[in-house]
Design a protein around this ligand. Structure first.
Ligand code: TYD
Length: 405
């Protein structure tokens, strides 16, 4: 049975930054909102959105997240690709036939000579095609998997980062993986960790795209019913605010794929210790989220009373959840500073706070910067030393509402 534990109110498409005309009512289309409620499945322990949003509304040619523009993420994917090559001997798979699900603009596949990509956002398809990789402009389904196997044969390595948690029908997704994976093939995927989210109080990991927030516990059960088995988990606490890299093989095969360090056992032990298998834990989390909202709004109102100038740093999907849940608009935050060309000049979903180019914002005019991109806290604090020296403060809600400098 699925039990609801959290209600984050009416939310827009988190990554759909709006044009001036859309905000100022010159177009016929009203902004789309949905009820962001979160449920816990007692049978599988999976945490998911109660109401899913139609994938086509989120993943289309307007999708504004070019991974290749993020230096730390490009570096991460390069290192991950190197690791995948290094592990070939240990685990006995090949990298002749590599498939990436959700290849974005190609920072992972570009480290391989041959690869096949799957990507529903048209704007990215062109990029990986230009790099010379066959790219299927489609969602990952059993139907698509069949076409890929017919054209390219089975895959030795299937990789996916920050994409599997977007897929609403996980059984279809994992069946598609099973049907595509070669006998000794390996499936590796990275997604935000439920444990880290719960520990850090980072409820803003929850938004339309994240149909699920994964625990290893839940994945183990859902993969098993699709004849797949987790054999290793890497803890990526610095990626996207805390992620897991999950290594999967076919169930019941004779293979070298096992992890002597017992990482799967350890990940599950930690999750159970935290109580991720119990509904009560989620009720405690929901109370913490409510308190976080109260504290953040109080703090911002206090700044306003004191006449302090406040901006936000990083136009993230995560901050869409925070601003809409806490009902924060231009009355409390003047603007969002960002470096992404596609977001600059647009308005944040729901809150309509304008997004301005970092190079055109005089950060020193501001007293407080809310960290919309708290997952890059250190990078940002290092970059903005001058702001700190001048007495500026950063404000974050992770792990609780607090200032720092
Ligand atoms: P991201 O971490 O991908 O968040 P989400 O997945 O929630 O959308 O987004 C980070 C955003 O922050 C991105 O738009 C780029 C911006 N950013 C800056 O403007 N300056 C910086 O120094 C950093 C690190 C990020």
């Amino acid at each position: 049975m699925k039990k609801e534990f959290l209600d984050l109110g009416q939310q827009p498409i988190a990554n759909k930054f709006l044009y001036w005309e859309e905000v100022n009512g010159d177009t016929d289309t009203e902004e789309f909102f949905f009820d962001l409620k979160v449920v816990f499945d007692e049978e599988t322990n999976l945490v998911s959105l109660k109401e899913f949003v139609k994938p086509e509304l989120m993943f289309n040619e307007d999708y504004k997240y070019n991974t290749s523009l993020s230096v730390p993420m490009v570096e991460h994917f390069k290192k991950t690709a190197e690791l995948m090559k290094e592990l070939r001997n240990d685990y006995g798979y090949k990298t002749d036939n590599v498939l990436e699900i959700g290849s974005n603009d190609g920072p992972f596949v570009s480290n391989f000579e041959n690869a096949v990509c799957v990507e529903p956002c048209d704007n990215f398809v062109e990029k990986t095609e230009e790099l010379g990789y066959k790219t299927y402009n489609a969602f990952w389904t059993t139907e698509l998997a069949e076409n890929i196997v017919n054209e390219f044969g089975k895959m030795d390595l299937i990789y996916s980062a920050n994409c599997i948690c977007h897929i609403q029908d996980l059984d279809d997704c994992f069946q598609a993986v099973k049907n595509t994976l070669s006998e000794k093939g390996m499936f590796v995927f990275e997604d935000p960790s439920l444990l880290r989210m719960m520990e850090r109080g980072s409820y803003d990991q929850i938004y339309d795209e994240h149909a699920h927030v994964f625990s290893v516990l839940a994945l183990k059960k859902i993969l098993a019913r699709n004849d797949l088995q987790i054999f290793r988990v890497d803890d990526l606490s610095h990626i996207h605010g805390g992620s897991n890299r999950i290594y999967v093989r076919r169930m019941n095969i004779n293979s070298n794929m096992f992890d002597a360090s017992g990482s799967v056992f350890e990940a599950i032990r930690q999750e159970k210790e935290f109580g991720l298998d119990k509904f009560e834990t989620y009720k405690v989390f929901a109370n913490r989220v409510e308190k976080s909202k109260k504290d953040l709004v109080e703090k911002l109102n206090q700044y306003k009373k004191e006449g302090k100038k406040v901006a936000s740093y990083g136009a993230t999907s995560k901050s869409t959840t925070v601003f809409n849940y806490c009902d924060i608009g231009t009355d409390l935050i003047d603007l969002i500073s960002d470096t992404t060309p596609d977001k600059i000049g647009l308005y944040a979903p729901g809150s309509h706070i304008p997004v301005k180019n970092r190079s055109e914002v005089n950060i020193l005019d501001y007293d407080v910067l809310f960290l919309g991109a708290w997952n890059f806290k250190d990078t940002i604090a290092n970059k903005e030393q001058e702001f700190i020296k001048k007495g500026g403060k950063f404000l974050t809600h992770v792990p609780q509402v607090m200032e720092f400098s």
